[in-house]
Design a protein around this ligand. Sequence first.
Ligand code: NDP
Ligand code: GDR
Length: 323
Amino acid sequence: MKALITGITGQDGSYLADFLLDKGCEVFGMVRRSSTENFERINHLRDRITLVQADLMDQVSMIKVIDEIRPAEVYNLAAMSFVPTSWDQPVLTGEVTALGATRVLEAIKVVDPKIKFYQASSSEMFGKVVEVPQTEKTPFYPRSPYGVAKVYAHWITVNYRESYNMFAVSGILFNHESPRRGLEFVTRKVTYGAAKIKLGLASELRMGNLDASRDWGYAKDYVQAMWLMLQQEKPLDYVISSERTHTVRQLVEAAFSCLDLDWKKHIKIDRRLVRPAEVDQLLGNSAKAHKELGWYPTTSFEELVRIMVDADMKLLKKQNNIA
Ligand code: NDP
Ligand code: GDR
């Protein structure tokens, strides 16, 4: 089985590639051209995957790669995925995160509408939540240009399914993290920042809103759900979440206490890191995924924080030659 992953250089793309290779799939990863290579997350599997060049901004390149590879499944994980940047670059965010999904769907429609399609939808679509917990039926109320773009991508996926009878699904994934998470996202920022402080490489960590709460899970668990959705008889959308919520403050406390540090001595609030509009609280209900996909998360919040802190301590010691 051939699978094409857009966004393979990202956190989820790299874990999904690991997962699909274990399943015996032939994995193709789409990368965009850059002046320097950016393959840290996939270096360990470079000789087991095929990289192809294209860009979600460019329709012709999308048609070309899909026509050349003729994959059975396409996972569209590529996006401008950092919420604060979406206020600074709202048009780019719309082009990549919203219209990018249409370009992939169009390419599939033109080349072979039987190719299965997975769209990386997001709990950010629930934004200013209208009910708690959030399910597949909860109305959307996005709070950032990123969230708005994801709502568009979500509905265009539903629309191609209904218009052209395509096997196109959306996984509405709540926040999921790992040692491969980008350094600007809050979990990694905190685990990396705490490790730096523990090793004497920094003394403080500047943070934004500590009151926001998120439903955090482990990325390794979540990529399995993506694959499961494409193995079902019917193309349907699913909420994938841990069904637990914690505040950013609790995240900070958990990470610092793993290292026997008092977070209050090191965290400084920086108003510039507070967003123009916040998503205050997210909590998912994944009953449909439990029942129909048999999917359950295996890693608790506390375990996840511990995994990330340990990985960052190891990484920083290696980078700084500390025994
Ligand atoms: P990352 O930010 O780690 O990865 C994003 C990927 O998209 C990178 O590989 C990046 O490539 C690629 N990309 C960006 N712009 C383009 C473009 N124009 N053409 C081709 N590729 C592009 O994201 P994650 O792995 O965390 O998330 C994967 C997907 O899931 C994203 O769509 C995200 O919005 C969504 N999502 C993530 C959640 C999470 O908690 N992680 C939760 C819900 C949804 P490059 O390396 O070249 O920059
Ligand atoms: P989010 O993730 O916006 O939920 O989007 P992020 O980790 O950036 O923020 C989570 C919450 O933490 C608060 N926060 C801070 N955030 C960052 N990045 N830096 C800080 O210093 C800081 N201080 C407080 C934020 O205000 C927010 O409330 C992620 C991305 O992966 C999206 O692509 C994905 O769709 C959603 O998760 C689900």
